[in-house]
Design a protein around this ligand. Structure first.
Ligand SMILES: [Zn+2]
Length: 222
């Protein structure tokens, strides 16, 4: 379609105009779809280079298939860049608050590209309709399967849920970070992060929902 458009503008002698419009069209498309397809062949080449640079022989038996394995693994663990939110599908039921506890997640820290993983707890106050639990799990995956930091992961989930018109959202995450455990300070601490939106930004509402979440959350440090 872009090519056709380009030819058309060329025939009108609007070559420069065609180029600038083409760029705008492309960025518009990206904005709407926000989908990204990883180039597995390129990743394979890059991983092979990395293997050489850490001091290894990429032709060695055990390493021969490693670039291929990592490329297909990256497609999976960075699948969040190729994900559409499915939150628009909802059930027509009402409730004061819905709490989804202990949603397991795995993500990759953007500073070291090492995993951080743990549990996310989501509470929200519906506005006439509730989301299926699988939609919430998908939402967590959409933002965890990326290069992330825990605080932003928490905010991304809260913002998207809140944008669906619910009255309030709380998102908590407890996570362990391999970049803290296996290098640097070698600290075993679990990090907690939270995000509050809508009615839960109010102090009283915040305290009551926190108590409710804490009451039944398992293995949680918050
Ligand atoms: Zn890190």
């Amino acid at each position: 379609m872009l090519k056709l458009f380009h030819n058309y503008t060329n025939s009108l002698g609007l070559h420069n105009l065609g180029i600038s419009l083409e760029i705008r069209l492309r960025s518009n498309t990206r904005k709407i779809e926000y989908k990204y397809k990883m180039d597995e062949e390129r990743v394979k080449k890059l991983v092979r280079e990395l293997i050489i640079e850490v001091g290894e022989d990429p032709t060695r038996e055990g390493l021969k298939e490693t670039p291929k394995r990592i490329a297909s693994m990256y497609k999976e663990i960075f699948g969040g860049y190729d994900s559409d939110s499915e939150l628009s599908v909802q059930f027509s039921e009402d409730s004061d608050v819905v709490i989804a506890r202990d949603i397991q997640f795995y993500s990759m820290c953007e500073h070291h590209m090492l995993p951080f993983y743990g549990k996310i707890h989501i509470a929200y106050s519906p506005n006439g309709r509730v989301f299926g639990i699988s939609k919430l799990v998908r939402l967590v995956e959409k933002y965890s399967k990326r290069l992330q930091i825990q605080e932003r992961l928490t905010k991304n989930i809260a913002d998207e849920l809140y944008s669906q018109g619910v009255k309030g959202v709380v998102v908590f995450a407890d996570a362990e970070h391999l970049c803290m455990k296996m290098r640097g300070v070698r600290n075993d601490a679990t990090l907690s992060s939270s995000a509050f939106r809508g009615i839960y930004e109010n102090r009283e509402e915040k305290e009551s929902i926190m108590a409710l979440i804490r009451k039944r959350a398992s293995n949680s440090s918050f």
